[in-house]
Write a protein that binds this ligand. Sequence first.
Ligand SMILES: Cc1cc2nc3c(=O)[nH]c(=O)nc-3n(C[C@H](O)[C@H](O)[C@H](O)COP(=O)(O)O)c2cc1C
Length: 139
Amino acid sequence: MHAPIIRLLYISDAADGLDDDAVNAILKSAGKNNPPLGITGVLVFGGGVFAQVLEGPERGVLEKYVQVMADSRHRNCRVVYITTAIRRLFEGVSMAALQALPMELAHIAELDAHRKETVPDEAFASLMNVFFSRLQALP
Ligand SMILES: Cc1cc2nc3c(=O)[nH]c(=O)nc-3n(C[C@H](O)[C@H](O)[C@H](O)COP(=O)(O)O)c2cc1C
């Protein structure tokens, strides 16, 4: 049996002029800090926004999210979806990074726009599947 986890997706606005070096520095921190917290996920960036999935034990994920929210490399963090889960989507991935494709940016914008309504489970699941298949396709 797997221990129950939570999965959180948030979107934020990247700070002006944020470059690849800044994203690499974030990934370096994540690679160091996430494994001991049992956090896995994916960080998608492009078009001036970040979308990040954090999954793992509830306390670790929420504490990390609160810490990340305060990071000046982005602002206006908003949770788009949060759910309990019995298994990870990003098993073994301390934090992958993906440059968002235009279609994904559109998908992210759509979820963002409907954030104040109930995001249908299918909309969330289908975005997760897109991210997941892209990670599988990485060399
Ligand atoms: C968009 C974004 C995503 C981040 N994701 C993570 C993450 O998954 N794990 C993490 O430890 N830090 C993440 N950070 C960085 C944290 O805000 C913080 O700078 C870092 O954890 C500090 O740890 P360090 O001093 O050990 O590098 C993220 C920052 C930003 C802007």
